[in-house]
Write a protein that binds this ligand. Structure first.
Ligand code: SF4
Length: 363
């Protein structure tokens, strides 16, 4: 899994993105292969727990794809081979799966294929195979660029493996996605910010961010029980995720997902501890909105404005109102208290310059 792949397995709904009202919906059709091709060493990983599947039957793949296409409407679809490490599975099985997926590309029923894998399972030969069968995106389970954190997490590869893999993927003209984790054993905010910067500099176009969850049956569960690992709270994980999101956002890296999908849900006996919250990405984003609103108001104050007792109108783009307001209006309340504002109003539909989240008017 997380290769987080584990963590990563997503439902169709969880992978749906609507970039704007004129573009078609994009749907990933996940074909999940728990533990195939995986050395199963990572302390946080119990793919069977996350996927809820105990085995993989390749004969079911066309049915999985057909079932997803039947409900996809006019959405643009992509087949996503997730789980384990796709390029580490038995080579003949990998090619058979690619052949199944590629037929849908040739027939025009899906646009392309994507897969997730480990950095140490990428080389020129495997990329030649992937590109031959229509793979347009490879998601790499980077997790951390700190060799200390990678070792503590028993990932079995180094940051240098990641650098090399990213270069190879890009040299083959394939879109690169980076998956990273928050709160791995020994990881600090600085480590996570460094990983996010590396995701940008290594040429990732998209990213997924996974706060670390403790599942039953993992080494991390043992470490937690022994007091060797302390899971992050939801608030800590959201704050650290926000730090990473700002770096990725500023560089134009598209964030596909934060945290697990609800469908993977952890309301089972397998979840032990950690920041499992269905809206953790929204909470992290609302932190960024709060920071940016404060910066805008501070600029007004620096320019001589007296804000106490006034109403702040916060302009955001459509769809961002709830992030700007915060969970249950938390941002609005904190802003009113911090600046002595009479009222805080959030208005959507703003046309903001690229990279700008908010503009503020004081009335
Ligand atoms: S590489 Fe690690 S995280 Fe990925 S599936 Fe294997 S054990 Fe799990």
């Amino acid at each position: 899994m997380t290769e987080n792949e584990i963590v990563m397995e997503s439902s169709i709904a969880g992978n749906t993105t609507i970039t704007n009202k004129t573009k078609k919906r994009h749907i990933n059709i996940p074909v999940f292969m728990p533990h195939l091709g995986c050395p199963c060493m990572c302390v946080f990983c119990n793919q069977r727990t996350i996927s809820g599947k105990q085995c993989f039957d390749e004969r079911s793949v066309p049915d999985i794809i057909e079932a997803a296409l039947a409900t996809a409407g006019d959405a643009e679809c992509e087949i996503a081979f997730f789980g384990g490490s796709f390029t580490g599975i038995d080579r003949s099985l990998m090619i058979r799966l690619l052949e199944v997926g590629y037929k849908y590309v040739v027939d025009g029923r899906v646009t392309s294929l994507r897969c997730s894998t480990r950095p140490d399972y990428i080389d020129d030969e495997v990329m030649d195979i992937l590109t031959k069968y229509g793979v347009k995106t490879v998601e790499l389970g980077i997790q951390s660029m700190s060799d200390r954190v990678l070792a503590s997490s028993r990932r079995g590869h180094t940051s240098e493996d990641t650098r090399r893999a990213c270069a190879i993927i890009r040299a083959h003209g394939v879109t690169l996605g980076g998956q990273m984790m928050i709160g791995l054993p020994g990881s600090t905010i600085a480590d996570e910010e460094e990983t996010a910067r590396a995701i940008c500099s290594l040429g990732c176009a998209e990213a997924r961010i996974y706060p670390t969850i403790v599942f039953a049956g993992t080494k991390l569960a043992d470490m937690t029980a022994a007091g060797e690992y302390t899971p992050l709270s939801v608030d800590e994980a959201a704050y650290r995720t926000a730090r990473v999101m700002r770096i990725l956002d500023d560089d134009g890296v598209k964030i596909l997902r934060v945290g697990l999908c609800e469908s993977e849900n952890l309301h089972t006996g397998e979840y032990i501890a950690g920041p499992n919250h269905p809206a953790i990405g929204e909470i992290a984003a609302s932190i960024l909105y709060y920071e940016d609103i404060c910066s805008a108001i501070d600029s007004e104050i620096a320019g001589g404005a007296d804000v106490a007792g006034r109403c702040a109108i916060i302009y955001v783009s459509d769809g961002a109102q709830s992030k700007a307001a915060g969970q249950r209006g938390k941002n609005k309340m904190m802003l009113a208290e911090r600046y002595g504002l009479r009222d805080v109003k959030i208005k959507g539909g703003a046309k903001l310059s690229p990279g700008k989240r908010v503009s503020v008017e004081l009335v």
